[in-house]
Design a protein around this ligand. Structure first.
Ligand code: DQA
Length: 143
């Protein structure tokens, strides 16, 4: 089984970025934690980050037929991107939406997700654990 992890804008700054909200763990450290769990579960993963919406759309399109599941922290694009939503719907790849923070406990503009309706489920608010839970959900929901 192959699971693709995609990370959206500003997640490359994790560790320094608003640590009171996102914690002090860097994205590289999160990747290590995910890789350790994936190895234990016998799952192959790919872990990528981009600040560009189009790049994320390209990666989602290319994932078809190569990956069995997608774990997506679309970051701010969660709340704005019809393009990402359409890409997920077009490929039909089972997708788990994840967030480090609890978006529903934050500003109102973060309460709306354009991608949730085309995702299998949402994990939000558990910090690094959101990624690990995302991997477990991806395995259960793989195509
Ligand atoms: C986030 C939540 C989003 O609202 C925000 O724009 C992010 C990160 C999270 O992981 O908590 O960049 O997706």
């Amino acid at each position: 089984m192959r699971v693709l992890f995609l990370n959206g804008p500003n997640l490359n700054l994790l560790g320094q970025r608003e640590p009171h909200i996102y914690g002090k763990t860097t994205l590289a450290e999160i990747e290590t934690r995910v890789r350790e769990l994936a190895a234990k579960m016998g799952v192959e993963i790919e872990f990528r980050q981009s600040n560009c919406e189009g790049q994320l759309v390209d990666w989602i399109q290319e994932a078809r037929g190569i990956f069995d599941s997608l774990v997506l922290n679309a970051a701010a694009y969660t709340h704005t991107s019809i393009a990402l939503r359409d890409a997920i719907a077009s490929t039909g790849l089972p997708t788990i939406e994840i967030h480090l923070s609890n978006v529903h406990a934050r500003e109102e503009f973060r309460h709306r997700s354009l991608i949730s309706p085309v995702c299998r489920g949402v994990i939000s608010g558990f910090g690094v654990m959101s990624y690990l839970l995302g991997l477990e959900a991806a395995i259960v929901n793989a195509s």
